[in-house]
Design a protein around this ligand. Structure first.
Ligand SMILES: C[S@@+](CC[C@H](N)C(=O)[O-])C[C@H]1O[C@@H](n2cnc3c(N)ncnc32)[C@H](O)[C@@H]1O
Length: 425
């Protein structure tokens, strides 16, 4: 699993994943459903090899105000990882073409708690008019999944030569479609969870034959067991499951050496997003960021970096934007109701709402959306926490408390005898 460093520190006794600062191996699989902080975006359960994206990202020249695209983003493993690696001045665009997979992506991103993000649902071809828009692109391409063979025997049955050829053709189409949107000097991280050259190094070779690119090497440590392969001066990194402590994976990093230097973003374009109604100005104090603008979308107030509004306008001219920023509150008449996602925000001003700590059972009852006992004498909005990690809001009426956990995210299982959590904070 990979922790959210803005919410939860890696437990000290854990075995670290050597290529990811926030990644740890768990000795056994605990019940994540019965862990309140799992539902709060304190960590993401992810296969270890995939976290190698961090090493690629570390080779990218550091600068601020980058626009980063995760093209094949659902369910959000690498998008949440990127959010933790990016500067708050950067913007992540997380895209998933398959509509039924967008809601899980959106949910995982909301729980991670960052405001500098746009979620959209488009075919790679829809990006081709955004000439030179992105500084960094991650294409974690759909593939034949040979890397799953070890843990899922049915993946072997589904494998065929025809399917690998189909995947390779599709990957080339995806790369060709999205390539113009990467700016000159921008970086592409390409990855798959398969081994065969047709979906990996041969695609790279094809890209290099048709475009000006520079292959970037990623430093390795021998004890990681990761293989560096070189094909005509192009480097790739292969994870073979009998050699690394992780599943099968392939990744490469290249730099674009041609094309547009930047996308013309007009600062004057009329915004599609309404400004916040003036009577709610107090909400500015709810976040500790200096760059938050607030926008009204139906009855919700959304925080989004003010400086990125022109980019958001430009993106929404071309793309189907599903969500942006972080919902902070719902306004009803002249009242502001804090949103659940605001409780999970990494930029929440801790002084605005009083908080109370729940024990494990009450924390899970809260996340089941059941009634819970509140010991606080403070009436009104209270932030509830488990082991210091915020879980959401209740409204304490004195004799009872209303539970504001979102219905669609609630835990549906009946609570069994509760296990001890696998960490101590
Ligand atoms: C390997 S998975 C991505 C995993 C994700 N990056 C993560 O780390 O959680 C590949 C994704 O590509 C999407 N996909 C499928 N066909 C596609 C296509 N033709 N173009 C772009 N993406 C596609 C799939 O829906 C899937 O979400």
């Amino acid at each position: 699993m990979r922790t959210n460093p803005r919410k939860f520190n890696v437990p000290i006794a854990s075995e670290r994943i050597p290529w990811c600062d926030t990644g740890i191996f768990l000795n056994e699989r605990p019940s994540f459903t019965l862990d309140p902080i799992f539902h709060s975006g304190a960590y993401y359960v992810q296969e270890a090899s995939s976290m190698f994206v961090e090493q690629a990202f570390r080779q990218i020249e550091h600068s601020k105000n980058r626009i980063v695209l995760d093209l094949c983003a659902a369910p959000g493993g690498k998008s949440t990882h990127l959010l933790s690696l990016l500067d708050s001045s950067d913007l992540l665009v997380a895209n998933e073409v398959i509509r039924s997979r967008v809601s899980v992506l959106d949910e995982n991103i909301r729980k991670w708690g960052h405001q500098n993000v746009v979620v959209c649902s488009n075919d790679p071809a829809d990006f081709s008019d955004l000439d030179g828009m992105f500084d960094v692109m991650l294409v974690d391409a759909p593939c034949s999944g040979e890397g799953l063979f070890r843990r899922d025997a049915s993946a072997i049955q589904q494998w065929s030569v025809d399917n690998t050829n189909l995947c390779s053709t599709r990957q080339r189409r995806i790369l060709a479609d999205v390539w113009p949107a990467l700016k000159n000097g921008g970086y592409l991280i390409y990855s798959t969870c398969t081994f065969n050259p047709a979906e990996n190094e041969e695609n790279l070779k094809w890209l290099a034959e048709n475009n000006e690119v520079e292959s970037i090497r990623i430093p390795l440590q021998e004890n990681w067991g990761v293989e560096e392969i070189e094909t005509d001066g192009m480097f790739g990194y292969r994870f073979l499951p009998h050699k690394v402590k992780g599943e099968g994976f392939f990744l490469t990093l290249i730099r674009k050496k041609d094309g547009s230097d930047s996308y013309p973003i007009s600062k004057k374009m009329k915004s599609r997003f309404e400004n916040m109604p003036k009577q709610f100005a107090e909400i500015r104090n709810w976040l500790s960021t200096s760059d938050s603008g607030f926008f009204a979308k139906s009855e919700f107030l959304i925080a989004f970096p003010e400086s990125k509004i022109p980019v958001l306008n430009a993106l929404s001219e071309q793309l189907r934007v599903i969500s942006f920023g972080l919902p902070v509150a719902q306004f009803k008449k002249n009242d502001l109701l804090p949103e659940h996602t605001f409780a999970l925000s990494v930029d929440r001003n801790p002084d605005v709402f009083e908080s109370i700590e729940l024990d494990l059972r009450d924390a899970l009852l809260f996340q089941k959306k059941d009634e819970i006992r509140i010991s606080s004498t403070t009436k009104g909005w209270l932030l509830v926490k488990y082991q210091g990690v915020p879980l959401g809001f209740v409204k304490n009426l004195g004799n009872r408390a209303n539970n504001y956990f979102p219905k669609e995210w609630r835990i549906r299982m009946t609570l069994p005898e509760l296990p001890e959590p696998w960490y101590r904070l």
